[in-house]
Design a protein around this ligand. Sequence first.
Ligand code: NAD
Length: 253
Amino acid sequence: MISSDLRSGVERLGDLIAEARVIVPFTGAGISTETGIPDFRSPGGLWTRNRPIPFDEFVAHQEARDESWRRRFAMEETFAAARPGRGHLALAALYKAGKIPAIITQNIDNLHQASGFAADDVIELHGNTTYARCIGCEARYELQWVKSRFDEHGYAPDCSACGAPVKTATISFGQAMPEREMQRAAELSQHCDLFIAIGSSLVVWPAAGFPLMAKHAGARLVIINNEVTEHDSHADLVIHHDIGETLGPFVRN
Ligand code: NAD
């Protein structure tokens, strides 16, 4: 059912939440736009400004690594200033109430953790951009460490332990998906009775497969997004409205 007006959509969502025992949310960049972080595909989104740098280019060329880090530093003020929005807070309230065991996210902004989810209960399919890792030995680095070396030498630093490139702890195009996270996301999708996809264009695979996996396993599927997605026809409820306005009524103090 596509809910044309916000009020009846929120009411129906409230009923589905009340009836559900285990809710699994799946979030995309749209849940964070109200916090000031642009998404990828909307007008003004990050893709309208920059072509993504694929993983093999990052590995092969120092210039690609430098450009990738310049872009990341340019976004730092935005990421550092962002605070959880109404969508994040509503999900955190349902998590605290024991309805949500864990959340699956495509986001890399750390805002679910900031809203109150334990880090282990945030399944990050595309990693996290608030810190860095060596792509060889996986040693963790803080962004400040990368920035100070970049500023000092004029190019992106390599790992001080093994010499391999250091990259934000995100999954780039062409990079393997994280195995443990993919497995946990599949288990969660198959063992919930309500799956809510929020703010994802649902075109990035394999992540976009989880809503359908949940539906096939018997869960009810809700999609909240301000534009049509390819999965809408599979959903029990589709709300084509702003996420903050839709989930705002579920925020509890
Ligand atoms: P996307 O940009 O492809 O899609 C976002 C969707 O949310 C769009 O359909 C858009 O219309 C909708 N949307 C935006 N603001 C909304 C609002 N306020 N209310 C309702 N709908 C809204 O993002 P995606 O599906 O997550 O996939 C793209 C990739 O982008 C992911 O892999 C993710 O890693 C990365 N990304 C993450 C962030 C972040 O962490 N905040 C930001 C940009 C991109």
